[in-house]
Design a protein around this ligand. Structure first.
Ligand SMILES: [Cu+2]
Length: 132
C-alpha cells in the first residue's frame, strides 16, 4: 500500500507551510486539497459546496438530507459509480482515483448539478516529466 508514502508527503508539506491550521477550509488556497470532503444534498435542491476539491485517491461523502436525491456522474473516464435511487437521511461515499473534474447531477431534480475537482496527489513533488 502507499498510505505510508502519503503520510510522509503530508508531513513534509505541513511542516513546509508552517503555522497553518491543518484542515482549515477558510485559509488561502496554499497546499494540497483535503483527502476527504462532504457534499450536502440539501432540501433546497442543491449540492453544497460545489465545486469541491479533494486530492487524487480522496473520498467524497454525499450527505443526503430530508429530501431525496441521487447522484449520476457525467460519463467521463475515472468517474465512480452512480448513487441511484431515492436517498434521504443517509450518507454515501465515493472515492476518486484519478485527477480531473467530475460533474454530476440529480436525476430527480432537473438542473440540480455539482462538480468535484480532483487534484494531483502531490504538488511539485518529484516531477517525472510529461506531467500536466
Ligand atoms: Cu435532487
Amino acid at each position: 500500500m502507499i498510505s505510508r508514502q502519503y503520510a510522509l508527503t503530508f508531513l513534509a508539506i505541513l511542516s513546509a507551510c508552517g503555522g497553518g491550521a491543518a484542515g482549515s477550509t477558510t485559509g488561502p488556497s496554499a497546499g494540497p486539497p483535503p483527502m476527504t470532503a462532504t457534499v450536502n444534498a440539501t432540501p433546497d435542491i442543491a449540492f453544497n459546496p460545489s465545486p469541491v476539491q479533494i486530492v487524487s485517491g480522496g473520498t467524497i461523502t454525499f450527505a443526503f438530507g430530508s429530501v431525496a436525491h441521487n447522484v449520476y456522474f457525467d460519463a467521463v473516464s475515472g468517474a465512480p459509480a452512480d448513487i441511484p435511487g431515492n436517498n434521504a437521511g443517509t450518507s454515501v461515499s465515493r472515492t476518486f482515483a484519478s485527477p480531473g473534474t467530475y460533474g454530476y447531477s440529480c436525476h430527480i431534480h432537473p438542473g440540480m448539478r455539482g462538480s468535484i475537482v480532483v487534484g494531483a496527489t502531490t504538488t511539485g513533488d518529484t516531477p517525472m516529466g510529461g506531467g500536466y
